[in-house]
Ligand binder design. Structure first.
Ligand code: C5P
Length: 243
């Protein structure tokens, strides 16, 4: 593929103009950041693994009828996606207490929650992605009540499915973050899953040992970060390729 116009560069990905109208190319970098950019580093080979892991999970979700922005993987670090209007929310789904939930509410890390909990954060780096309620979201027009209903029901279906998929490979899906977008087709709008699903935005613990197999290893300087991402890819049956 020749040179393409770069549209956006984020902390872990770059978006380029796609080959056809309505498409984009999503490029996965090895760059890692935590604490809204306070900590920066490189996880060698992360981009290649996340591209494969996200492809795999988006395809499995597509098979059970979850609409996603994913079209196809193009190469080691790039995938073709549909251009969507990103809803400025980070939707976090939690099954087990960890991270900011444990910190904020004093719930011991590792406590299984009585039911999955959905939280919304307003995607805004300069405000540090503050937590918001459904009332904030509808009042400030980030999404209407109908969009939110779709977002919550899709999030719950995604959580149910991914919990089962990970249990099958000896991994507990502790929590994860999703992003959604609006896809316009002939005057019809659908809410679709966007962004990526990878160890960058999921907490994944080995079911037996509770060993962390995700970005917390980078956030907490635990070492063996690449190895953890590789382990997830291997258990998902995605053959590791040369990076
Ligand atoms: O830090 P916190 O406990 O709120 O994170 C919940 C989940 O959301 C974790 O899986 C984390 O990886 C993900 N997350 C993310 N991007 C953010 C904040 C959280 O992917 N900006």
């Amino acid at each position: 593929m020749g040179r393409r116009r770069q549209l956006y560069e984020g902390k872990a990905k770059i978006l380029f103009e796609g080959p056809e109208p309505g498409t984009l190319v999503q490029y996965f970098k090895d760059d890692a950041s935590a604490g809204n950019g306070a900590k920066k580093g490189v996880i060698t080979g992360k981009g290649v693994l996340n591209n494969r892991i996200s492809e795999h999970l988006m395809l499995r979700l597509h098979e059970i009828g979850i609409p996603t922005h994913f079209i196809r993987r193009l190469n080691m670090r790039e995938q073709l996606i549909r251009e969507v209007e990103i809803i400025p929310l980070e939707v976090v789904i939690r099954n087990v207490a960890a991270g900011s939930l444990s910190k904020r509410l004093g719930i011991k890390e590792g406590t299984r929650l009585p039911h999955p909990i959905v939280e919304f954060y307003y995607k805004n780096d300069s405000l540090n992605d503050p937590m918001v309620s459904e009332e904030h979201i509808t009042a400030f027009g980030w999404a209407c009540a109908h969009d939110l209903e779709d977002i919550v029901s899709l999030s719950m279906r995604i959580n149910d499915f991914l919990c089962g998929l990970f249990v099958g490979i000896g991994i507990t899906l502790v929590d994860f973050k999703l992003e959604f977008g609006r896809l316009w087709e002939n005057d019809n709008m659908r809410i679709v899953l966007a962004d990526e699903i990878s160890p960058d935005n999921c907490r994944l613990w080995d079911s037996k040992t509770s060993q962390k197999l995700d970005k917390d290893r980078f956030r907490q300087d635990m070492g063996k970060v690449e190895e953890a991402y590789q382990e997830v890819a291997m258990r998902l049956g995605i053959l590791p390729e040369a990076t």
